[in-house]
Design a protein around this ligand. Structure first.
Ligand code: UDP
Length: 254
């Protein structure tokens, strides 16, 4: 099979040209980075698991009417997605204090927040993804007020739904990061969920023991990183007993 043309390589994923116009293939790597790529490593099998976990969560979100870029999983490490114009924002939702919120504001990690808090970061590695407000976002034209209304509404629905979904399998959804894109269809623009949802961009704690089951194990050198990602997949019911090698997806036919 002819190698597809690579369009972009990010820290954890590669984007290739898709089989039809308006589609892309998203390839999940095992590479892991933290602290804006100052810490680098490999989490064996992470790409396979994140591909599967993100597929599962995007499909569940589609079922409740959340528009996403996801089309279908192609194989162990690749999924077919719709090509969108990425809005240069990282939208973070927090339910429990952790990470940068705890550090900046001195709120102990694990404190349940009085309500879900949304934060926005401008996607720019050179600037270290600075936190911005809706004022910056609309003033600099990264998104319009209408885009932001859609993004907030979608994000709150996603948070409620995923909080319940994870709680059902004994996991607390502490916080997570989403990215959105603009999808153009017959002169009409829709905001859709893009990127991925996986333990790379969620904080997931065991709801009984508060044990971390996400990328913080890598960021903080806690060990058992692969096992944590596998456990998330297992609890979601998408990891076959035989392990990740058993996860066969249909092969891409071009
Ligand atoms: N996050 C992410 N990518 C980033 C920054 C944060 O996916 O570039 C996720 C992170 O995994 C966590 C949430 O967003 O689930 C909040 O992260 P935080 O602001 O606490 O930053 P961190 O402590 O990860 O630097």
């Amino acid at each position: 099979m002819a190698r597809r043309r690579q369009l972009y390589e990010g820290k954890a994923k590669i984007l290739f040209e898709g089989p039809e116009p308006g589609t892309l293939v998203q390839y999940f790597k095992d590479d892991a980075t933290a602290f804006n790529a100052r810490k680098k490593g490999v989490i064996t099998g992470k790409g396979v698991l994140n591909n599967r976990i993100s597929e599962y969560l995007m499909m569940r979100l589609h079922e409740i009417g959340i528009p996403t870029h996801f089309v279908r999983r192609l194989n162990m490490r690749e999924q077919l997605i719709r090509e969108v114009e990425i809005i240069p924002l990282e939208v973070v939702v927090r339910n429990v204090a952790a990470g940068s919120l705890s550090e900046r504001l001195g709120i102990p990690e694990g404190t349940r927040l009085p309500r879900s808090i949304l934060e926005y970061y401008y996607k720019n590695d050179q600037l270290n993804d600075p936190m911005v407000s809706e004022e910056h976002i609309t003033a600099f034209g990264w998104a319009t007020t209408q885009d932001m209304d859609d993004i907030v509404a979608l994000t709150l629905r996603i948070n409620d739904f995923l909080t319940g979904l994870f709680l059902g399998v004994g996991i607390t959804l502490v916080d997570f990061k989403l990215e959105y894109g603009r999808l153009w269809e017959n002169e009409e623009m829709r905001i859709v969920l893009a990127d991925e949802i996986s333990p790379d961009n969620c904080r997931l704690w065991d709801s009984k023991t508060n044990e971390k089951m996400d990328k913080d194990r890598f960021r903080r050198d806690m060990g058992k990183v692969e096992e944590a990602y596998q456990e998330v997949a297992k609890r979601l019911g998408i990891l076959p007993e035989a392990g990740i090698r058993d996860l066969k997806g249909p092969e891409l036919i071009q």
